[in-house]
Design a protein around this ligand. Structure first.
Ligand SMILES: [Zn+2]
Length: 218
């Protein structure tokens, strides 16, 4: 049952930077169901960044949301620099990146600023294979155990076959996949099984329920 990853899914859905002195950053995805009588309903996501001077302090020194995780990686460093520049020099910063609760990579960077400003670069290069950093991609079996709503890791209760796939997220052309091995399945927990009617690909009318253990026809 090859997975069709959602267009909002940047693969990594959580990143943390923890310094030895306590200052820390957490970036995570928060899904929300958008409803509208005019434009329709659909699941959307926000990527939230929170910075604290100490993990035990509840109050944040910075909180901001972005459209998706990769946009957060691109823009959040500026907002941290603009609001709490004194944190950038904090030494010994452990960067940890996860997908659905599985650690993809972890690495100690010299300073909070190094880990933060290089966030996207450190992750992409580790994913491509950087000396000294181990990268753990999820197996198909691990993906099957988690809801495919971006930012949700709960156990799935329903699986769908996507009838047609959108050629690109920005245009309206829908096609039947040419090959059986093309990812055209998705699975969700009870909270995310209703997908709404606003999307083209991720839309209730484009989904056909299949068994959670469905195998690809050979
Ligand atoms: Zn879910």
């Amino acid at each position: 049952m090859p997975l069709r990853r959602h267009y909002d899914d940047d693969y990594w859905d959580r990143a943390t930077i923890q310094t030895a002195s306590g200052a820390n950053l957490v970036a995570f995805i928060r899904p929300r169901f958008k409803t509208s009588g005019l434009s329709g309903d659909e699941w959307r996501v926000s990527a939230i960044v929170e910075v604290r001077r100490h993990p035990k302090k509840i109050e944040q020194v910075l909180m901001r949301s972005f459209h998706r995780m990769n946009k957060l990686f691109e823009y959040a460093p500026y907002f941290v620099y603009a609001s709490v520049p004194e944190l950038l020099a904090a030494p010994s910063a452990t960067l940890t990146v996860e997908r659905k609760g599985h650690v993809l990579m972890t690495e100690v960077r010299p300073t909070f600023g190094d880990a933060l400003i290089g966030l996207g670069w450190h992750i992409v290069t580790a994913n491509e294979g950087r000396d000294g950093v181990e990268w753990h991609h999820l197996t198909d079996e691990q993906e099957r155990k988690h809801c495919q709503q971006v930012g949700c890791a709960r156990a799935p209760v329903i699986a769908f076959r996507l009838k047609k796939l959108q050629v690109t997220p920005s245009d309206h052309i829908m096609i039947e996949p040419e090959y059986d091995f093309t990812g055209r399945f998705a699975w969700y927990c009870a909270d995310h099984s209703e997908r709404g009617d606003a999307g083209l690909e991720d839309c209730d009318s484009n989904l056909e329920t299949v068994s959670l253990n469905e195998e690809v026809p050979s």
